[in-house]
Design a protein around this ligand. Structure first.
Ligand SMILES: C[S@@+](CC[C@H](N)C(=O)[O-])C[C@H]1O[C@@H](n2cnc3c(N)ncnc32)[C@H](O)[C@@H]1O
Length: 193
């Protein structure tokens, strides 16, 4: 993989994201509000800030992160060394459309500034539906400008996302302005029936 997340500038990108996107990671976790024993999947862990916050919040739970960037794996593994050593966090070099986990293994998932990068989105949603248990929820937060970059406008991206979620069998799809980034981040919520 090359580009922003795995090219020569990836270390700098990781440091910038760790600071700038921390409020969105925090908001995604707050909206999810998982109980202390939950098993939570993180799509696109980047520098691992959301994984670290989840690990703190889930003393009896488990966090699996997937991200295809070796540079992000290095950064996130450094940030989560203790929880990985304790067996409470596992970080995999993998795409969200091929998650190395059995079916119905997770209670919930979060994705921050990542879903718009997950191509093909339909295959990603089918894979997410496979690994979530019945009733399992997804909370995603994404910069509105990043959605627009991928689909022409954030509304167009949300239409595509809603269709992909529906095809994969998700219900209760909602999109709403998030608090992070003063409304320039959009939350998407959905649930496996
Ligand atoms: C903009 S960064 C966001 C990272 C972190 N969640 C944050 O908000 O700071 C997007 C991340 O998604 C990862 N990514 C790209 N395509 C992906 C895919 N198909 N599945 C999972 N992660 C992916 C990238 O490598 C990158 O680490």
């Amino acid at each position: 993989m090359g580009g922003l997340f795995d090219g020569p500038g990836a270390g700098l990108a990781a440091r910038i994201m760790a600071r700038a996107n921390a409020p969105a990671e925090g908001e995604a976790i707050a909206r999810l509000d998982p109980p202390p024993g939950a098993r939570v999947l993180v799509l696109g862990y980047g520098p691992g800030v959301g994984v670290a916050r989840l690990a703190q919040r889930l003393p009896e739970g488990f966090v699996l992160g997937v991200d295809p960037s070796a540079a992000m794996l290095k950064s996130a593994a450094r940030r989560n060394r203790a929880a990985i050593g304790a067996g409470r966090v596992r970080l995999e070099l993998a795409h969200a459309h091929a998650i190395p986990a059995p079916a119905a293994d997770f209670d919930a998932a979060i994705a921050v500034n990542t879903l718009q990068l997950c191509e093909p989105l339909a295959a990603t949603m089918l894979e997410l539906a496979r690994v979530l248990r019945p009733g399992g929820r997804l909370v995603s937060l994404t910069h509105d400008w990043a959605m627009a970059r991928h689909a022409g406008s954030s509304a167009a991206w949300l239409d595509q996302a809603q269709a992909a979620f529906a095809l994969a069998g998700f219900v209760d799809f909602q999109s709403l302005p998030a608090q992070a980034e003063r409304g320039r981040s959009i939350a998407v919520l959905a649930r496996r029936p």
